[in-house]
Ligand binder design. Structure first.
Ligand code: PRP
Ligand code: MN
Ligand code: MG
Length: 187
């Protein structure tokens, strides 16, 4: 995607590094859930950001998993969390009694996830855990238990592999830091 090249200051995590990490996460998840009786693991991907990690993780998992999606939004087009979470699309199925693993691309402030976990816990799943590919330092400010973390990253604005800025860059196969010139206002 040469058209984006000038917008990406540096590659933070390469396609290969993502691939290796997702394989490793899938192995850990399989160790914890692979032996479970009484139904498949239910992966809940948080649209749109988690779409890439969700599909790669599901394919890397040796054990069966069902794919469900929710869409919530906290960012809009800005670069920081507003704390306002909206459900844009709810789950299609009941998760009562199911083992649920929420799949996220990134935990930044943790506001989206803390809200989502409360919402999902109220539906009575057998278990509820979180897998995130990326986590930023600010995430520690909100108490959110995250069982599987791919990478702890610095507090930069990152895009690619599902992560957007104003809906762009999700289609990059790697994770890069966005050049501040892209989101700095004024000309
Ligand atoms: C982003 C990201 C996480 C959330 C993290 O989603 O994909 O879901 O923000 O931020 P937080 O920890 O500060 O709440 P966004 O709301 O931008 O929607 P999107 O996934 O459709 O891009
Ligand atoms: Mn998201
Ligand atoms: Mg976003």
């Amino acid at each position: 995607r040469a058209v984006y090249d000038g917008d990406i200051a540096s590659v933070l995590i390469s396609e290969q590094q993502i691939n290796d990490k997702v394989t490793e996460l899938a192995k850990q998840i399989d160790e914890d859930y692979g032996h479970l009786q009484g139904g498949d693991l239910v992966l809940v991907g948080v649209l749109k950001g988690a779409v890439m990690v969700m599909t790669d993780l599901a394919r890397a998992l040796p054990s069966p998993a069902q794919l469900e999606f929710m869409a919530v939004s906290s960012y809009g087009s800005s670069t920081s969390s507003s704390g306002v979470v909206r459900i844009l699309k709810d789950l299609d199925r009941d998760i009562a009694g199911k083992h649920v693993l929420v799949v996220e691309d990134i935990i930044d402030s943790g506001l989206t996830l803390s809200w989502l976990l409360k919402n999902l816990a109220a539906r009575g799943p057998a278990s509820l855990e979180v897998c995130t590919l990326l986590r930023k330092p600010d995430a520690v400010q909100v108490e959110v238990p995250v069982r599987y973390v791919g990478f702890d990253i610095p507090n930069e604005f990152v895009v690619g592999y599902g992560l957007d800025f104003a809906e762009r860059y999700r289609d990059l196969p790697y994770i890069g830091s966005l050049d501040p010139k892209v989101y700095t206002s004024g000309v």
